[in-house]
Design a protein around this ligand. Structure first.
Ligand SMILES: NC(=O)c1ccc[n+]([C@@H]2O[C@H](COP(=O)([O-])OP(=O)(O)OC[C@H]3O[C@@H](n4cnc5c(N)ncnc54)[C@H](O)[C@@H]3O)[C@@H](O)[C@H]2O)c1
Length: 387
C-alpha cells in the first residue's frame, strides 16, 4: 500500500485552540495510581483548575497534591464531602471499581459532570443506576477508555465501518499477560471488596471496547462465560515476584476469563483475557466478514497499541489478497491527554459525552454476564433495561 494511502488514516493533529475565558473547576475522587495521570493532564490545560481531591485514606489526598506540586487544593475524606462543598464543576472518579457506582451517582445527582475511570462499575445493575442518574441530571458522563483516542484504534474502526468486511459474523478478541497480576502499590486490584472484578474488568473491558466500538456496539443476547483464579490463589506466584505470599489469601477476583457471546445481528464474539497464563498470548483479534477479514495482532489495548501491522484479507478477481496497514505512531500528546481534554471540552460546550455510557453499559453487561454464567455453570440471557 502506498504511503499516501496510509496517511489517510492519520488522526488530525492540528493545533487545538483553547478558550480560557471559562475555567473548569475539577475535583479528583480517589488519589491513587491512576489519579496521577489525570492530574498530570489537567495541569497541562490552561482552562482547568484542580481545586479539590478526596480519598478515604487519611492524608493521602494531601500527600498526592504536595508530591505533584499543586497548591491550594482542598482535601476531603470521601467523595461526599468533596461534592457537597459545591466547589467543583466536574470530577474525575479514580476510585477502585467497587466504589465507581456510588461516587458517580452521587456526583450526577448533585449536578456535577463526571469522568469515570474504567471499568464503568462492577455489575450491570450498578451501570443501570448510573445511567438513570445521568439521564435524570442531564450532566456529562464519560467513561475513561483512553485507547479510543489512539490512531491505531481509530484506524481499526474506520476500516470496519467502511463496510469492506461485508457482513461481520465472527469476532475473536482478548489478550493478556504471561505474568501480570497488578499489585504495584498494594492490593486494591485483587481484593474482592475493592477491585471486585479482576482481569475481566481491568484489561478485558479494553479488548471488548476495541471490537464492539468498531462494529457499533450491538446488544449482547446470551453469554456462556468462564472465570478462574489459579494464579492469584497461588502463594508461589507472588513470592516469585518478591511480594507477600498472603496476597494469595486476599485474592478475591478472576485472573482469567473467557466467553462465547451471541450479539444482535447474528455476530459471535469469542473472548478470553488473562492477567497470568503459561502462554505468550491467547491469540490475535480477528474480525471475520463475508467480504473480508481483519487481523489485529495481539495487544493489551490499554494504550491503544497494536502488536503489529493490521492485515486485511480479501478475495479480489479470484485471487487471495492481503493488505497490510503498518502500526501508526501514537497520537500527539498521548491518548490520556485526549481522554481528559475531550471530557473538559464536553463540560464546557455540552453535547454528547466523548465515551458515552449508552455504549459502555453494553461492555459492562457482557462482563456481568460472564461472571453470572461462570457462577451458574451455564449460558445466561442478557437483558439491558431501557433507561
Ligand atoms: N485508564 C487506565 O489506564 C487505568 C489504569 C489504572 C487503573 N485504572 C482504573 O482506575 C481505578 C483506580 O485504580 P488505581 O490503581 O488508581 O487504584 P488505587 O487503589 O491506587 O486508588 C484508588 C483510591 O480511591 C480511594 N477511594 C475509594 N473509594 C473512595 C471514595 N468513595 N471516596 C474517596 N476516595 C475513595 C482509595 O482510598 C484509593 O486511594 C480502577 O477502577 C482502575 O481500573 C485505569
Amino acid at each position: 500500500m502506498a504511503k499516501s494511502d496510509l496517511d489517510a488514516f492519520k488522526y488530525d493533529q492540528s493545533e487545538e485552540v483553547i478558550d480560557t475565558s471559562k475555567v473548569v473547576r475539577i475535583g479528583i475522587i480517589g488519589t491513587g495510581w491512576i489519579a496521577g495521570t489525570h492530574l498530570v493532564e489537567y495541569l497541562k490545560m490552561p482552562d482547568v483548575k484542580v481545586v479539590a481531591g478526596a480519598d478515604l485514606i487519611p492524608g493521602k489526598a494531601e500527600k498526592f497534591f504536595a508530591e505533584n506540586g499543586v497548591e491550594g487544593a482542598k482535601c476531603y475524606p470521601s467523595h461526599k464531602e468533596l461534592i457537597d462543598s459545591g466547589e467543583v464543576d466536574a470530577v474525575s472518579i479514580c476510585t477502585y471499581n467497587s466504589t465507581h457506582a456510588e461516587c458517580a451517582i452521587y456526583a450526577l445527582e448533585h449536578g456535577v459532570d463526571v469522568l469515570l475511570e474504567k471499568p464503568m462499575c462492577v455489575t450491570l445493575d450498578e451501570a443501570v443506576e448510573i445511567c438513570k442518574a445521568e439521564k435524570k441530571s442531564g450532566r456529562i458522563l464519560s467513561i475513561g477508555f483512553q485507547p479510543r483516542f489512539d490512531n491505531n484504534m481509530k484506524m481499526v474502526k474506520q476500516i470496519v465501518q467502511s463496510g469492506v468486511l461485508g457482513n461481520i459474523y465472527y469476532i475473536q478478541t482478548g489478550g493478556g499477560r504471561r505474568h501480570g497480576i497488578p499489585t504495584p502499590f498494594g492490593t486494591t486490584f485483587i481484593e474482592k471488596d475493592k477491585g471486585a472484578i479482576g482481569a475481566l474488568g481491568d484489561i478485558g473491558c479494553y479488548s471488548l471496547d476495541m471490537v464492539l466500538n468498531a462494529i457499533g456496539y450491538p446488544k449482547p443476547l446470551t453469554v456462556s462465560g468462564y472465570t478462574s483464579d489459579f494464579f492469584g490463589r497461588d502463594p508461589e506466584y507472588f513470592e516469585a515476584d518478591g511480594k507477600p505470599a498472603e496476597y494469595a489469601n486476599i485474592f478475591g477476583v478472576d485472573d482469567f476469563g473467557a466467553a462465547f457471546v451471541r450479539l444482535e445481528g447474528g455476530i459471535i464474539l469469542d473472548f478470553r483475557i488473562a492477567w497470568a497464563m503459561h502462554l505468550d498470548t491467547p491469540g490475535d483479534t480477528i474480525i471475520m466478514g463475508t467480504k473480508g477479514s481483519l487481523r489485529i495482532p495481539s495487544t493489551e489495548c490499554w494504550n491503544g497499541s497494536i502488536g503489529g501491522a493490521l492485515k486485511l484479507y480479501q478475495r479480489i478477481a479470484g485471487k487471495d489478497v492481503v493488505t497490510e496497514f503498518p502500526v501508526l505512531p501514537p497520537v500527539d500528546k498521548g491518548c490520556f491527554y485526549h481522554k481528559i481534554r475531550s471530557f473538559v471540552d464536553a463540560v464546557k460546550n455540552g453535547g454528547e459525552a466523548p465515551i458515552p455510557s449508552k455504549e459502555i453499559i453494553i461492555n459492562q453487561a457482557i462482563i456481568d454476564a460472564i461472571n453470572k454464567s461462570s457462577k451458574l455453570g451455564q449460558e445466561v440471557k442478557v437483558e439491558i433495561p431501557e433507561i
